[in-house]
Design a protein around this ligand. Sequence first.
Ligand code: FES
Length: 136
Amino acid sequence: MSTDPFTTAPVTRRTALAGACTVCAVAVTGCATGQASQDDGRPVRVPRAGIDIGGAAVFPEHRIVVTQPSDGVYRVFSAVCTHQGCAVTDLDDDVVKCPCHGSKFRLADGSVVKGPARRPLPERTVTVEGNILTIT
Ligand code: FES
């Protein structure tokens, strides 16, 4: 089993609420492995399925957090914490949390809710084609 937090399955707000142990396992893995590597800048494609309206999902393998604030509108943020580079994986209501030092970022816009991080999560560009989101 890999200990890289970016090689685990997507974590949605639904799975976070339904399976606290799963979220804890991801969070602990993030703590154990420390920093995440940076994005390589290549476009990635993810399915729209599983990202509810008003919901969010973390795609650890792509180092992104995808939100759908309203029907058909998607926003994508880097899942690399701007404090020291850990994977932000812990979805909780309207924030995603970093397991390393507790920073929290608002899912609506990636802004910092709680430090020590001081910079927002960088936003990525997303286009919708059918049931696929392409993130650049
Ligand atoms: S690396 Fe995320 S809070 Fe420190």
